[in-house]
Design a protein around this ligand. Structure first.
Ligand code: ZN
Length: 227
């Protein structure tokens, strides 16, 4: 081997050593990196724990709620109800006794057709919930004519005083309606899809615009969803 060839080999070898050193250096840097990652790791378990935490659903049925005692029917009379139907009185003023007189003596019914009446401050209190004899005695109502009379027999009729083709229910009326509907839904296992406006009652025999075109159905649904 001549000197040139020897130096060439040395050079190659040196280059190999340098390469190894660089690779080693990289290796060291890689060795060093976990320390940095390791420092970051101290916070990661917390993040993971947080991310893994299950989001607890709002306990819709476990909260204690207070409802007026006269909303509860007598145990031995209580029926199984399947739906709630919302009405307006189509009058600016009124209360349960006025509608009772009207339905009984003008229309010749047994008495007021609804189970509940919610006042608007004219004729009865704003948001006041009146319980009628239909509810107290748990008899078939007279508020929504549908096939096989299913709605009067199985659905609870709630009437808000007012003409909601001209105006809107008061906020107190809506609050009372939401609370009452929520109570009825919980007590009888009635789903949101079985809470109807009169006009949307399935298998209705006679078309109606009740509870009026200004009844804020979406607001009411949102209030129920928030219960
Ligand atoms: Zn109606």
């Amino acid at each position: 081997m001549d000197r040139r060839a020897f130096l060439k080999r040395i050079g190659t070898a040196s280059a190999g050593v340098v390469f190894t050193a660089i690779a080693g250096g990289c290796g060291e840097e890689q060795m060093a990196q976990p320390v940095i990652v390791g420092r970051a790791d101290y916070s990661r378990p917390k993040l993971r724990t947080h991310e893994a935490e299950p989001v607890e659903p709002t306990p819709k049925y476990s909260r204690r709620r207070a409802y007026p005692s006269n909303w509860y029917p007598e145990k031995d009379k209580e029926k199984k109800w399947r739906a709630v139907i919302v009405h307006h009185s189509a009058t600016g003023t009124g209360c349960a006794s006025v509608f009772h007189q009207w339905h009984k003596y003008q229309l010749g019914w047994d008495g007021i057709g609804y189970d509940f009446v919610i006042g608007n401050g004219s004729g009865s209190g704003d948001g006041e919930v009146e319980v009628t004899y239909r509810w107290r005695t748990q008899v078939t109502g007279a508020h929504a004519k549908a096939a096989n009379n299913w709605a009067n027999r199985d659905a609870i009729g709630v009437c808000l005083v007012g003409n909601f083709n001209d105006s809107r229910p008061t906020s107190n009326q809506l609050r009372s309606l939401a609370k009452l509907t929520d109570f009825l839904q919980r007590r009888y296992g009635i789903s949101d899809s079985n809470v109807f406006g009169h006009r949307d009652t399935p298998r209705l025999v006679k078309a109606t615009d009740c509870p009026g075109r200004h009844f804020p159905w979406r607001t009411f649904q949102n209030m129920l969803a928030a219960k």
